[in-house]
Design a protein around this ligand. Structure first.
Ligand code: KG4
Ligand code: ZN
Length: 325
């Protein structure tokens, strides 16, 4: 069983060792937070508390599984919001005691990486990983299941955050990423937005790009939203892909994995296919439905911790880094 409550989704899944998802239920809190323009931490933990037990009961019922058939529980221990993490962790510990099961505290970022192995094992080591989500943007070199090297991360906004803020500027609502990505499909990338830090190392910066889009919208009468979207997406994807290409050439990994919510972007997926073809590196993408936060990826990471004997504590770690299990 996987339990994920790091931010604003209460998600529980039952996943077999081979990655087959037997049941998954996710209760989203979009309606609760939409008026605030971001996640309101106290409301998030309260909503997790209310949703948690019904969600657990539902997955057991959907999969027709009794608790005595489970082998272990994997639960997100960080990074994430303190109060939200606490709800998942305390629930998992109580269930572990009641059902006599081992409980593994999982790094959410490693969960995203494991999402590529859902349905079918795809990842081979060493792997280069681009993680692009609402909370994170990073490039990592993963030598094997236990050894993660951070190559670079963002100095300011994450890509997902930037998508969401630009979407809000364009009046596309929340969560903006998917809407913006769709708008971009029918626009022309005709506006020259900056490509921050495109040539320097493996670090990222996206806040300048976000401000540049806001300035463009403020200073133009009736801007074409599709063209602005397409131009913004082109700038983001140029930055991401140029660094990924350089990292692939530098590290020569066996597989290239792109994970996190923004990995649902069709245009990003296409560009990564091109890099995979030109460098003859196998590409691993999570099935789109499991790119964004979900408990199936946490259960999958749970199997990896369980089978390798990776032991962690069950304290919430709001700032947990990729390098730590
Ligand atoms: O991985 P995720 O669900 O949550 C975090 O761990 O942060 O990522 C959420 C982010 C949001 O910023 C959302 O706008 C973005 O992923 N996102 C997308 C798409 N679907 C979700 N961004 C671009 N294109 C998409 N299709
Ligand atoms: Zn996430």
């Amino acid at each position: 069983m996987g339990i994920e409550t790091s931010c604003d989704d209460t998600s529980v899944a039952l996943v077999n060792r081979d990655g087959k998802v037997k049941a998954l239920e996710t209760v989203s809190q979009y309606n609760i937070h939409s008026d605030f323009g971001g996640v309101f931490p106290e409301l998030a933990s309260r909503a997790h508390l209310e949703a948690m037990l019904p969600v657990i009961e539902k997955v057991l019922k959907d999969a027709n599984v009794v608790p005595s058939k489970l082998e272990a529980i994997g639960v997100t221990r960080g990074p994430g919001l303190m109060g939200s993490l606490l709800v998942g962790l305390s629930t998992a510990q109580a269930l572990g005691m009641a059902w006599d099961l081992p409980v593994h505290g999982i790094n959410h970022l490693r969960g995203h990486i494991c999402s590529v192995n859902l349905e079918k094992k795809r990842l081979e080591y060493p792997a280069l990983v681009l993680l692009v989500s609402g909370g994170h943007t990073l490039l990592a070199y993963v030598r094997d299941e236990k050894s993660y090297e951070l190559m670079g991360t963002t100095r300011d906004d994450s890509v997902g955050e930037c998508y969401d803020k630009v979407a809000r500027t364009l009046g596309l609502g929340m969560p903006g990423g998917p809407a913006l990505d769709r708008m971009a499909l029918t626009g022309k990338p005709s506006i020259k937005f900056p490509r921050p830090m495109i040539k320097s190392g493996y670090e990222f910066s996206f806040s300048g790009l976000k401000s540049s889009v806001a300035r463009y919208v403020e200073t133009h009468n009736d801007p074409n939203i599709n063209d602005v979207s397409a131009s913004f997406v082109a700038a983001c994807i140029d930055v991401l892909s140029s660094k990924v290409l350089r990292a692939v050439e530098d590290k020569k990994p066996k597989t290239l994995a792109v994970v996190g919510g923004v990995a649902a972007s069709l245009q990003l997926r296409e560009r990564m296919e091109e890099i995979s073809n030109t460098t003859s590196t196998r590409l691993c993408l999570p099935p789109i439905k499991w790119a964004t936060d979900n408990a199936a990826m946490i259960a999958m990471a749970g199997w990896s911790y369980h089978d390798q004997g990776i032991v962690t504590d069950l304290e919430p770690k709001p700032n947990l880094k990729l390098e730590h299990a």
